[in-house]
Design a protein around this ligand. Structure first.
Ligand code: ZN
Length: 378
């Protein structure tokens, strides 16, 4: 069987520059459509069973986050279920920044990706499975530019309105793994945390804000090259219907709490970014933000508050971003949760790095902290 590389599938992204042999595979990453962003890759390597392969992805100093490559290891899978990290090194001075991945495939086909992918097929499986649980409603809030549904799963009987959104940035697949963990816990009828939340609140979860970018193998934008997390001030049907529809549903219910789930390319930690610079900030909002972070850090050693983005100065918040826009409009606690693409520096995993399993567990743990604080969100 001859050597080949393909990315012609859901969330695939790679361009083959040269296939000189197993030890001479040169690749580059395609830009998001109508955009300069690129960082996400996902492809399969075939025809190299038992052969030591050297894959070089070049030109990465021009990628969206060059700081994401040092210390990063590529995700690899033999079966598309179990993902592990491959031997990887980065040299910023070689061919405009080169990531060199060295692997010996155990079978005829090996999959490689920036992070364990979360396909649109798996998304629909998730919506179907969770949507079939008692008390869960599935709504299509609208459609993407390419006509894909923006799915929202709602459950609970309480008056508080709690919103969760993920994958505004489609390459941040760990965000939908987080959603899978949170949703599985919320529909567990024996789970006291889920029962408390469902009694006190109505929860709305949008597991994938950007299905077009997800399917197209984008890092950061939708089908029109638009970064959805810069559209919250004035979303439009032409540029950002995904945000327009979700924001309209939020205005319809009101919002007592919002969590926007992301991945960060450079920082090997889990952290939260808040809304410190919004014009109408209140002491109550700041206290809720501080306490959520402190209680989550006590809940799970995977979360910490030492390292993250610097908070914006008073009055200087970017109101085109979801967290700031929602905190400003609704006067509520709103947060951006970031997980690593690299490993987790405080609790590294030599085999898997930060993983789908850790992302799902964080989703379950975040609900515990929320249940502890839910009375204060009204
Ligand atoms: Zn993001």
């Amino acid at each position: 069987m001859s050597l080949s590389v393909s990315a012609a599938f859901d969330s695939g992204n790679i361009v083959v520059e040269r296939l000189g042999g197993p030890d001479d595979i040169e690749l580059r990453i395609r830009k998001d459509r109508d955009s300069e962003f690129f960082q996400w890759f996902h492809f399969r390597l075939s025809g190299a069973r038992g052969q030591r392969c050297t894959l070089r992805i070049t030109g990465l100093e021009a990628s969206a986050y060059p700081g994401g490559w040092p210390g990063y290891r590529a995700a690899a899978s033999n079966d598309r279920h179990h993902w592990w990290r491959a031997e990887t090194r980065y040299d910023r001075d070689e061919a405009g920044g080169t990531l060199t991945i060295t692997v010996t495939p155990q079978g005829d086909t090996l999959w490689l990706a920036y992070f364990a992918p979360y396909s649109m097929e798996r998304h629909h499986d998730l919506v179907a499975r969770i949507g079939a649980a008692p008390g869960v409603s599935v709504r299509t809030l609208g459609t993407s530019l390419e006509g894909q549904p923006i799915d929202c799963l709602s459950l609970g009987e309480g008056p508080l309105q709690l919103w969760f959104i993920a994958r505004q940035h489609p390459g941040e697949s760990m965000a939908e793994w987080w959603m899978e963990g949170a949703l599985e816990r919320l529909v567990d009828g024996d789970d006291a945390v889920a029962r408390r939340l469902r009694e006190k609140a109505t929860l709305h979860l949008v597991p994938n804000m950007n299905p077009d970018g997800s399917r197209s193998g984008h890092l950061r934008t939708n089908a029109a090259g638009v970064n959805l997390n810069r559209e919250w001030a004035s979303p439009s049907i032409e540029r950002s219907p995904e945000v327009l529809h979700v924001r309209a549903a939020m205005i319809d219910t009101g919002v007592n709490f919002m969590l926007d789930v992301h991945g960060d390319e450079a920082i090997p930690q889990v952290f939260v970014a808040g809304f410190e610079g919004i014009p109408s900030i209140t002491d109550r909002q700041l206290a809720l933000l501080h306490d959520y972070k402190a209680q989550l850090a006590a809940q799970t050693p995977d979360f910490q508050t030492r390292i993250g983005y610097p908070p914006s100065s008073p009055g200087k918040a970017n109101l085109t971003m979801s967290t700031n826009a929602v905190a400003e409009r609704f006067g509520c606690l709103a947060m951006t949760l970031e997980m690593p693409f690299k490993d987790h520096d405080d609790r590294p995993d030599a085999v898997a790095g930060w993983s789908p399993e850790r992302s799902k567990q964080l989703g379950r743990d975040c609900l515990v902290t929320l249940a502890e604080m839910v009375e204060r969100l009204r």
